[in-house]
Design a binder for this molecule. Structure first.
Ligand code: ADP
Ligand code: XUL
Length: 521
């Protein structure tokens, strides 16, 4: 009998499943179900409901439950051996919250396989829609909670991040302030991750430390609910939140609903779920301090791992708990491919021309510097977009191409310094990671080897690996290294080594000064 582990990923637009076979070290199944296409009756576009106020972004939680039935119907119809699955975990879009009345406990423990999950959940929501991570309507509540916790630095030290509009605490506070009756009827507040885990386990699931860190409600050092943050958010909140748990925690056996309906093994274990970013850290194989992943997408993101908890005194980065039990950081640089594309287009170049421009210019760019804030920037915080140039002529096509990439790489290094951990290996993903000239600059600025890493579904894969890790470690010590070998490793053959690191030691100082002068620090 094969040893299968299932990872699910309830993301913004779809529910995905990755099933791994540890004997063959293969993903035996990797499917995705798009909400808009499969469940059009919820009327979502890209997984969210239309709202006249662009700051308000909600999704229907019932849709996520219906997607679970639809996914398992598909897997069963395709003949996937669901009975061979030993353990299940999952990943949820971070920050989104689900509000339930006291009826949910009974509904979960009596899930009737003759009915759908939607029918089983009839009448249990105290709020029919869930604010998700794209919602930015809680500016006032962010200010209130941050002030109550003693300001930006105190909030960051306490919860791992300063208050952000999408974080769950400010969202809960807004719900309490604007719909006090509905809040009063709310017996349980869940995250997307813990809501889905609750359905699988048939009981109210804990929130794991990784996703809990995205709420502005968890004491990041103690990994326990932070009483002052709870008080600053809404009255009676501690009664409405589930316990916190490590992300290797087993909730219990999978609910009878899935055994009877989809032929799951009654002994299959339901694990706590986590957020998509903590899960991706595992799906990318970032299991040790110093391992970093940089995704070069529309925006660039930097995932770092650290053993001890450091927080960002400027409040730009987030600290979450990694599924390994260490800490992870998430830094999002808005002007990623967005800025590279803007420079490329401004000079009428295609990507081959852009690469030739990087080849024809020297590392360090003869001191030419750009601050590429084509759009408002998150890290560093720049509200009014503006491109700054120092010793750089706007018409110098090749100089501008090199300047934008060097700026992005120096900014990443500069704004990750607070972690106190230098990268030992960088895994590069996302659209621009196919460009070796860009990766060379990354390797030189970071003075560290860069490995291109092709990933699909890293969150679902990470969840499947977490399920395997928890299940195996219950009976024998199974290190993360052994578990991810051959499943979540980059191709060493294509590594890019640093060849000109020294030149950036001087340029980084100049870059930091330019940034300070532009930001008026
Ligand atoms: P998203 O964040 O939308 O998922 P992707 O990771 O798919 O983004 O990356 C898409 C981006 O990759 C495009 O916007 C483009 O700028 C960039 N890209 C594609 N090919 C190259 C290349 N050869 N060099 C640099 N950037 C590239
Ligand atoms: C992280 C964040 C997003 C969501 C996407 O803070 O808001 O990455 O997790 O699902």
């Amino acid at each position: 009998m094969s040893t299968l582990y299932l990872g699910l990923d309830a993301s913004t637009q779809s529910l995905s499943a990755v099933l791994i076979d540890l004997d063959t070290r293969n993903a035996v199944c990797d499917i995705s179900l798009n909400y808009d296409e499969t469940l059009p009756h919820y009327g979502t576009q890209n997984g969210v409901l239309d709202n006249p106020d662009p700051k308000i972004v909600h999704a229907p939680p019932l849709m996520w439950a219906e997607a679970l039935d639809a996914l398992f119907d598909t897997l069963k119809a395709e003949g996937v051996s669901l009975g061979h699955i030993r353990a299940i975990s999952g990943s949820g879009q971070q920050h989104g919250s689900v509000y339930l009345n006291a009826g949910i406990v009974r509904a979960l423990s009596n899930l009737d396989p003759a009915k759908s999950l939607v029918q089983n959940l009839d009448g249990v929501f105290s709020r029919n829609t869930s604010p998700i991570w794209m919602d930015s309507s809680t500016r006032v509540e962010c200010d209130e909670i941050r002030a109550a916790l003693g300001g930006l630095q105190a909030t960051t030290r306490a919860t791992g991040s300063t208050t952000f509009e999408r974080f769950t605490g400010p969202q809960i506070r807004k719900f309490y302030k604007t719909q006090p009756d509905a809040y009063a009827h709310t017996a349980h507040v869940m995250l997307v991750s813990s809501f889905m885990a609750s359905l699988i386990a048939g009981t109210v699931a804990p929130i794991d430390h990784g996703d809990g860190a995205g709420m502005n409600l968890m004491d990041i050092q103690r990994r326990a609910w932070h009483p002052r943050a709870l008080d600053a958010t809404a009255p009676g909140l501690s009664d409405r939140l589930p316990p916190l748990a490590a992300s290797r925690a087993v909730i219990g056996p999978v609910s009878r609903y899935f055994v009877d309906k989809y032929d799951f093994n009654p002994q299959a274990q339901a694990l706590v779920w986590s957020g998509d970013n903590p899960n991706s850290v595992i799906g990318l194989g970032l299991i040790r301090e110093g391992m970093v992943a940089i995704s070069l997408g529309t925006s660039d993101t930097y995932f770092g791992t650290m053993k001890f908890c450091q927080t960002d005194p400027r409040g730009e980065g987030h600290v979450f708990v990694s599924p390994t039990g260490d800490y992870m950081t998430l830094l999002c640089f808005k002007n990623g491919s967005l800025a590279r594309d803007a420079v490329r287009k401004a000079h009428g170049l295609d990507w081959d021309d852009f690469s030739r421009a990087l080849q024809s210019t020297p590392p360090g760019n003869d001191g030419k510097i750009m601050l590429p804030y084509f759009e408002p920037e998150i890290v560093p915080n720049v509200l009014v977009p503006r491109v700054h140039r120092f010793d750089l002529d706007e018409r110098d096509a090749a100089g501008n191409c090199r300047a934008v990439v060097e700026a992005q790489m120096m900014s990443m290094r500069l704004h990750a310094e607070w972690m106190g951990v230098r990268p030992s290996a960088i895994y590069a993903t996302g659209g621009a990671s196919v460009n070796p000239e860009i990766l060379q600059i990354m390797a030189d600025v970071q003075n560290c080897p860069v490995y291109p890493f092709e990933v699909t579904n890293s969150a679902a894969l990470g969840a499947a690996l977490r399920a395997a890790h928890a299940h195996l470690n219950a009976s024998q010590d199974t290190p993360w290294e052994d578990l991810i070998a051959g499943i979540a490793n980059p191709l060493s053959a294509s590594a890019v080594s640093p060849s000109n690191p020294a030149v950036y030691d001087a340029l980084r100082k100049k870059y930091a000064e330019c940034e300070q002068s532009a930001l008026g620090i």
